[in-house]
Design a binder for this molecule. Sequence first.
Ligand code: HEM
Ligand code: MTE
Ligand code: MO
Length: 467
Amino acid sequence: QELPRIYTREEVRSHSSPETRIWVTLGSEVFDVTEFVDLHPGGPSKLMLAAGGPLEPFWALYAVHNQSHVREILAQYKIGELSPEDKAPSTLKTSDPYADDPIRHPALKVNSQRPFNAEPPPELLTENYITPNPIFFTRNHLPVPNLDPDTYRLHVEGPPGGQSLSLSLDDLYQFPKHEITVTLQCAGNRRSEMTQVKEVRGLEWSIGAISTARWAGARLCDVLAQAGHQLCETEAHVCFEGLDSDPTGTAYGASIPLARAMDPEAEVLLAYEMNGQPLPRDHGFPVRVVVPGVVGARHVKWLGKVSVASEESYSHWQRRDYKGFSPSVDWDTVDFDSAPSIQELPVQSAITEPKDGATVESGEVTIKGYAWSGGGRAVIRVDVSLDGGLTWQVAKLDGEEQCPRKAWAWRLWELQAPVPAGQKELNIVCKAIDDSYNVQPDTVAPIWNLRGVLSNAWHRIHVHASH
Ligand code: HEM
Ligand code: MTE
Ligand code: MO
């Protein structure tokens, strides 16, 4: 058996560029991760922050790394150990960047504590048409910033020759207040069903990475107009930057097409209220973007800056994430530049009651769920099957009737159906149809993708009937 090679921290430090090769440490182990840098799901630049030093301070921030498969990847690159005198835990005592995160509601099912990611349980998700703020699903990539509403300023960059704005909350309140009901869904909603087909990288969302609120604020088009922006011919994008940032100061960011931002009918908001209250800290206090009909990732929270550019945002989350690929694409072949960023989401529905695996009384069963489509497309019908999709019944749609082309919010639905006599096992399935007659695909495998986004196959649950 070979003895591990021994290195000093100083030696490790000298390996921090592609020319010298890239080394990192975890505990007392040393790794040469040069070959992994370009494959890193979080992007090469993030990994490079740790080049030549310990991973711990960064991994404390991204708990996504506390998984065995991540440790296994790293293990492949092990080249040796730190010398005994260098093994002592790094004197650099990192304070917990999440110590100031808000207290959360105990009903939330937590997928990740740091950063905080959680969804309401199915039993609560469709209890109310409007999701109560404390159980609205939460998707954070970083610690929650603690912003002072009195000193808060939103920076809006003007066009060349125009004027830039620095808006206080009071300034924002001066714009006409616009209030709309909008459903927000994460691209990763129902990712856990994709994982069952084949492993994907991302948080294990069940069916609850979706919620609905009344949002109020200024229209983005009014604010952009005040800064002197007009809808121009050239392809343009509105870029948003959050005030949440990693240790290097890189902020969360995303963009949407200028045409959507400038269209009053698209109702893009700079929201300061959620269900009649100031935004909760987890949901972007004091101001966030709300982009009706569009994937959650573009609804930038803790909004610090708005600018117009000829290119999409250069943010990792715009360019290296939130894109769809063929099931044949893997992490060795993926070319993120080849796919457009997700904006409008496809038609979606899920069953929230009964619970998968539950036992239902003989006689009648009540089946409930939600249905929604992106781009303002209204859900026109939800079909439900009790026999795995052989025969179908049409559910009753509840909740607010939606305006054509501006159907920003979900419909809840319900079906009461007799349990077929003698039937001991029920395979309950739902699928929604939107007003473009888009339907959900019947199975997950053909839409599987390496990032586990856009998971919208027929939702299937299995229940036992007690006869
Ligand atoms: C995601 C490995 C260093 C930031 C990931 C994932 C893996 C990985 C496998 C995907 C995990 C999953 O979604 O299941 C590694 C390895 C590293 C390393 C082996 C060291 C050699 C870093 C560093 C940073 C970082 C130093 C930050 C400064 C991230 C981020 C994500 C990520 C932001 C994406 C999280 C998300 O899905 O939003 N990394 N990583 N990583 N990593 Fe790393
Ligand atoms: N904005 C900032 N600044 N930071 C973030 O991490 N996450 C995005 C988006 N806006 C995020 C953000 C993602 S991926 C989603 S799905 C939604 O916020 C979630 O919004 P919610 O937490 O209010 O449900
Ligand atoms: Mo998301």
